[in-house]
Design a protein around this ligand. Sequence first.
Ligand code: CTP
Length: 407
Amino acid sequence: MQDLAGKHIVLGLTGGIACYKSAELCRLFVKAGATVQVVMTEAAEQFITPVTMQALSGRTVYTSQWDTREPNNMPHINLSREADAIVLAPCSADFIARLVQGRSDDLLSLMCLARPMDRIPLLIAPAMNREMWAHPATQRNLMQVSADGATVLGVGSGWQACGETGDGRMLEPAQLLEDITAFFSPKLLAGHKVLVTAGPTFEALDPIRGITNHSSGKMGFAIARAAREAGAEVTLVAGPVHLPTPRGVTRVDVLSAQDMLEATTRAAEYASIFVATAAVADWRPATQSDQKIKKDGSGKTPVLEFVENADILLTVARSERAQSRKLFCVGFAAESENLVEHAKAKRQRKGIPLLVGNIGPLAFGQDDNALLLVDTHGVRELPRAPKLTLARELMTEIAARLPDWRV
Ligand code: CTP
């Protein structure tokens, strides 16, 4: 997806082993539709060559303020003025300290100091050893660069090139792309707390077996990501799925419908928007065996009895918070036929302001989908598109309905 189409990014590399990840980051930016101008410090050139970065960005790399290619010999002015953002990845502890001091004795620091602060954001992806990261000097400097208007993108945790384990690694390129895409997104849901349920539930029969369904969780995860991009604080209650947690989203993993009900009702006490995408099992086995149910050799098959699970959406929609219009509830309906009629009826039955319908068999596990929005005014189609595109459109639709909604 061309999430950064039309954006021009100045990618600054400073000295650190994480420079090897910057090659991939550059490639992801270009794939996402951005044009990229790479600027490197002398120390960065010890870790990766400008030739690699030139080949990946399709532009010659700048390394010196004395570069004679610029007719006015002012690359620090020219390069920063045309950028939509300057991204420093990796940003070393030393370079952060230099930013704090406003030093300008090499092209990259000079360019950061000379950037128009009101127009050109500076995003920093720190990368360093865990002790350097934890050092009060670094933490003090990070607070200062933030106070001076830079956005610090955070660090990863885990194994480090030095052999130690802890905080301070540069975020992975895909994580940085997600954060930078979110940075550019309009903050339509700023101040909101969005709660999303996603994926299937698993209703255990015994410690080995259980009943579940084909929901992949992709739509719900895309919605959680889109809500975070739109500036909301997001909690994602997820059934058993194999999907990475969207950046900046709090994830609560659950297994059964009962676990999901508990986690969701708890989080709903603080939420202002609830989007129920989970394919919750309607029934669970009436009894759950502590031990594996064994064949007894007689050829007789076990008889399963079920009890109905609580309807999580209905429970939340009937809560005091939703009834007093502090919580906007959105339901999903996966149907196999007569989508419009079923979706309209379901919206009424659940007593919610917005219901999103889709044809289940065409959506499950797929990366794209088509949605039908049903509210008190009628029906509106969001044509087939990637789930993340639809999720972003849905956030816009929800934001537009927030000031004045009716069930
Ligand atoms: N839902 C829920 N808890 C349940 C069942 C459903 O929160 N126990 C939510 C789903 O997340 C979805 C919506 O309710 O947002 C629609 O669920 P669906 O199962 O399609 O509808 P039902 O009300 O179960 O109706 P039917 O089985 O007749 O299709």
